[in-house]
Design a binder for this molecule. Structure first.
Ligand code: UD1
Length: 339
């Protein structure tokens, strides 16, 4: 069964390609490599022994998207990761983000609506909840106005998908709202490859431990939490990747109750920034230099998932601990840096 994975050479995409191949799916990757490298393909092949098909083009080019589906009429499902994801850059260049993230989605859906049957898994984010009133966060928590154009593209994409599914009952889709994906494949063959200075916590931690960055800045310790730092739900990227396969199978096996569903993907457990630092120091044996600085604009105090729906309806749950995820991130960093 042939599955298109857009952004399949990216961080979450590449881990999902591995899980798909290991479940016997045939994968076609489309990636423009704007934020990754073709070398990721070799990492995938070293893990699975299977070469996925790969086409390099930009999904904002409508005629390329049309041409792709003419050449691949046997695609049975799409997992759509391809998107820009730097929050800060999205504030500086909002139109680029709206064009990239919404243009590609619209062109893919235009193709899907012309097919008899279409299955579409969308890469969404817990950013749509903003600071939720109640924790843990359930899927029916109200969405909030986004803090950044990036966040808004996720919110608008979900709206586009919901409306398109309503108007096209043969289109079956699931939006997966990720909490904070971290870590790398246990083989250390693939992992996150941040370009420039990492914006996210764990890549910044591993680069600091590797000596690439001098020290970590902890953004605020005066939040209303036990130790004053923000709380997030850090999920191992392999657990997250597996959820995509389960979601895809749910639709393909006709188990979905509605043609548009939404699931939170997290561990259900919140960890503070200082807890993550301490756990990292323990599993890696590295002392991590850090300082407390001002809060970062747009950060919410605490976000962690209620995983009941994903556990009970999707039949998926996380298996890796925070320690395992942090250790895998560290092993990957060491490999990338030849340490
Ligand atoms: C961020 C994005 C979110 C996006 C997600 C994708 C923001 C405001 N939010 O989530 O929209 O979906 O990445 O992965 O950018 N921290 C530090 N020092 C650092 C980096 C982070 O203290 O150098 C803290 C942050 O304040 C936060 C926690 O670590 O409390 C996690 O931060 P990060 O990894 O950037 O994830 P989010 O902000 O949760």
């Amino acid at each position: 069964m042939k599955i298109l994975v857009t952004g399949g050479l990216g961080y979450i995409g590449s881990h999902t390609v591995v899980e798909l191949q290991q479940k016997g799916f045939e994968v076609v990757i489309v990636d423009d490599c704007s934020n990754t490298s073709e070398d990721v393909l070799y990492g995938i092949v070293r893990i699975t022994g299977i070469q996925p098909q790969f086409e390099r083009f930009d999904l904002r080019k409508k005629e390329k998207v049309q041409g792709f589906f003419q050449r691949h009429q046997d695609i049975q499902g799409i997992i759509h990761f391809a998107a820009s994801k730097a929050v800060g850059e999205s504030v500086e260049r909002p139109l680029l983000y709206y064009e990239n993230n919404l243009g590609s989605l619209i062109y893919l859906l235009q193709e899907m609506t012309q097919q008899q049957d279409a299955t579409f898994i969308f890469s969404s984010s817990c950013t749509v909840y903003g600071q939720a009133e109640k924790l843990p966060i359930t899927e029916d928590a109200p969405t909030k106005p986004a803090e950044s154009p990036y966040g808004n593209t996720k919110k608008i994409s979900e709206d586009i998908l919901r409306d398109t599914c309503k108007a096209n009952t043969h289109l079956r889709s699931i939006s997966l709202r990720y909490f904070n994906p971290i870590g790398a494949h246990p083989s250390s063959e693939i992992g996150e490859l941040p370009i420039g200075v990492p914006q996210n916590l764990v890549p910044f931690i591993t680069q600091t431990a590797a000596g690439v960055r001098e020290e970590l800045s902890v953004f605020g310790n005066d939040y209303p939490t036990a130790d004053g730092t923000c709380i997030r739900d850090y999920i191992h990227v392999v657990d997250l990747a597996k959820a995509h396969v389960v979601a895809l199978q749910r639709i393909l096996q006709g188990k979905a109750e509605s043609n548009y569903e939404v699931y939170n993907l997290g561990t259900g457990k919140g960890s503070s920034v200082l807890e993550v630092i301490q756990r990292f120091e323990r599993v890696s044996g590295q002392e991590l230099p850090y300082k407390i600085v001002a809060r970062r604009e747009g950060d919410v105090v605490a976000a962690y998932a209620d995983t009941t729906k994903a556990n009970d309806v999707l039949g998926w749950k996380t298996v890796s601990s925070l320690d395992e995820a942090l250790l895998s991130a560290w092993n990957w960093e060491k490999k990338v840096r030849n340490l």
